[in-house]
Ligand binder design. Sequence first.
Ligand code: AMP
Ligand code: ZN
Length: 477
Amino acid sequence: MLKIFNTLTRKLEEFKPLHKNKVGLYSCGPTVYNYVHLGNLRAYVFVDMLKRYLVWRGYEVTHVMNITDVDDKTIRDSQKSGKTLKEFTDFYEEAFIKDLDSVNVRLPDVMPRATEHLEEMISIIRSLLEKGYAYKQGDSIYFSISKSENYGELAELSKQNLKENADQRLNVKDEYEKDSANDFVLWKGWKEEDGDVYWETEFGKGRPGWHIECSAMSMKYLGESFDIHCGGEDLVFPHHTNEIAQSEGCTGKHFVKYWMHNAHLLIEGQKMSKSLGNFFTLREIADKGYLPILVRIVLMKVHYRQNLNFTFVGLDEAQAIAKKILDTLIDLDFITATGENDFDAAGLVEGSRQKFLEAMDEDLNVSGAFAELMNLLAEVNRQIKRINPVQAKLLKEYLFELDGVLGFIRLIYDRYLVNLARVEKDSEIQEKIKQRLFFKSNKEYEKADGIRAELLARGILISDAPGDKYVLRLSYL
Ligand code: AMP
Ligand code: ZN
């Protein structure tokens, strides 16, 4: 039984989708004004793993993730760059998709852009005005939180919290044009600094607020009520709190059944964020010589509700895990002898699959799942001499099956195969291998070993198999 922690109830709950085995999943996407950093990627890797696990578990998942391509930051920075908003945001959207690909995040089924969903947003705002949840002030339209009965439930905000929050904001900004400092904007009237970014609508010239985007795009593609909504924990308030208020105000229906929030990626104890300037992008990690896919392992390995401190030691550990798995796969590939046939590979796989599932069913306890994976590798290595080629194939297939959830094993293995083919076609290396064999047959062992050592330093290990055939394996990722 799959259990997930629902932020709405602060409880572990059995996962029961609204419609049989179909799951509607929405996650908040990026604001495309810059490259994403590793903190953002934690949110996307988490959703990817959740989605992969649901699919592995037999659910049919429809995943929607928005692209925020209009807001204060995209407008400000596109103006600075001298590009149109569209040219500017397209560039970062493309970079974002490349980054997701580098960490093997599967693209959502739908990736709607905010600027292409104005009609849907306008229709919600219109309905909120008609129902008395929203009011016009100046050229903008605001949501009145006092009209929303359960406002703040997701964030466990009491009326007292809200009042304190409002008082603070009023102290900071002495000219506040809203009725209450907590009311949030649905529609922003045009200001000079917006330049040519505006839509002419029944509300006048302006653009939508951020929160309304996600309500409009999630409900358009997943219906007025859907199963899971994800995002980083910083989005619980105000973003998701406001999404609930405006969606439920508009439809009168329960918006989302399960809310799931990933904890932050920290760096030196602080949230990694653009505004603090303490962030790394995937490009910077690659420039330091690490495979980007290792970032996926780092981000995934710690339970999603625990803070995770980013360090380069963590990346090295991820590399060690990847290498261990790859080495085992290569060992399995090199099994040629028939084993003793008394090894119960099927039993090992069945037991391991059960433990993997039990761990992941417990609110995606990925640390437990990784521990099981490591146990399996240790057992395979202990038994390697007893394993025959058929059993090796079964074990390998099982590792790839787990990779349906984990999403890095196949990628590392395929990369290894490409490198191996390249080495096998490399005439300089092939020449050295021939020389080594020549020295060996001439009993000039020192020279033969010299070549072997030289190749090993380049990550190419030659070992001799019976019949003078050499076996090549790469010792690098
Ligand atoms: P943003 O582009 O700031 O709206 O963030 C996109 C996603 O990344 C949201 O789900 C955020 O909650 C999440 N996020 C931002 N910073 C971090 C961080 N340091 N750790 C984990 N998630 C983050
Ligand atoms: Zn959102």
